[in-house]
Design a protein around this ligand. Sequence first.
Ligand SMILES: [Fe+2]
Length: 176
Amino acid sequence: MGRIGRLIESFFNDRSVRNVSVNLGADNNVDIAHSQPCNEDSLPLPNDFVVSVPVEGEDNIAAVGYVDPTNQGESSPVQPGEKRIYSRDSSGAIVAEAHFKADGTLYIKSKQGITVDSSNGVRIIGTVIVEGDIAATGDITADGDVKAGAISLLTHTHNYTTPQHPSAVGPTGVPQ
Ligand SMILES: [Fe+2]
């Protein structure tokens, strides 16, 4: 029969393998192997629930899953069919998250900024709407037009009459 306990701490054993110390009730504390899905790297926090099952062999109990207890309450925003991945600080507060919503949207939120690092660049297929300023350390290029208000960079004109300047170079009126 499996058991549900509370995490005390995680640590490396004498073979440099990640283990977790789990309280299974009363003074029943056990050290068992930390397990997680393939291609995922995460660690639970103290007081998270630990689901453990008996197994054959020398280490006869294994952790097969963890639950953040705050997700058990009504504060969790996850609806049926959704998935949310997040990190927590040492107090358990969520500080970065990706929420895959049932309405088809993907919501990404971070308290300390988001960095996308790719030596081959970032391609976004679709229109980008920025609610704030844009800054670049390099050049900005566009196949299409660039507009500031109603002024088109491609098609705006200048008044060369006021002030008048017959030479090739000189002051003009503002872009029109
Ligand atoms: Fe101009």
